[in-house]
Write a protein that binds this ligand. Sequence first.
Ligand code: 13P
Length: 291
Amino acid sequence: MSIANIKELLIKASKENYAVGAFNITSLVQMEAIIEAAVDRKAPVIIQTSVTPVKFLDKDVLVAVYRTLAKKAPVPVVLHLDHCRDVDLCKQCAKAGYTNIMIDASKQKFDENIHQTKEVVDFCHSLQGVFVEGELGTVSGVEDQIKVIEDESKLCNPHEALEFVERSGVDLLAPAIGTAHGIYKTKNPKVDFERLENIFNLINGQAVRVPLVIHGGTGLPRETVQRLVALGGAKVNVSTELKHTLIDTGFKYINEHRDEYNPGKIDVAVKNAIKEVVYKWIDIIGSAGKV
Ligand code: 13P
């Protein structure tokens, strides 16, 4: 169990119609909370860090804590580097012990995206047990969500997706289908379900080879997420909700205990609140009891 092969986990999830939750952390308390919640629900889980925590917490510290917690956990746990645009940093994190790396060259031209993605894939595969996620199209911030969904050229073209995975050798693909990072401005954000379905069918046919990743989990309605999972989304990313939970819970606790100087109690409050969020997502994506 413990330190896990993401590709096997996601192929299984894709075949069995559930998804694995991928939760971004900015603190070690969040990492503990997410793993504990996954253990409680017997669910496989992915811990993600963007590049910022890699720099302020240090990749070696993150890997050491991940390994310690994952080895004790009776569920598979992955450590994933999220949206890294720097090929060298991708390589450094893979060498340090991240088990999955996202090279995000989606802002580059198609051929350059393939070139950079392939470079990271070749490096990671030479290390054994390190897998790579690539992105095609624009997964926007919420301020651009409507613009992106209405501009076909910014979304992932299914035929290009097939060429992208074949030429780059990438293990997982995050196709832009209209979801966005942050808090959606509407309760029912527009998402191109048909596009996801086409991409899944073109790339995978009957046998799942390259599982698909859904970005921008925060704020998507439960039914939207479940439909995306049913159409082939095998990894669902959640970040903003966890950041808000950490800050709001810490703020509330301090506000209500203004004279208490016991930082551990703030951590406990934050940890419990994060666990509740993770339970909710595990329930939405159907990964409970899959270990
Ligand atoms: P949210 O911040 O919208 O949950 O998106 C998370 C994400 O996609 C991280 O890659």
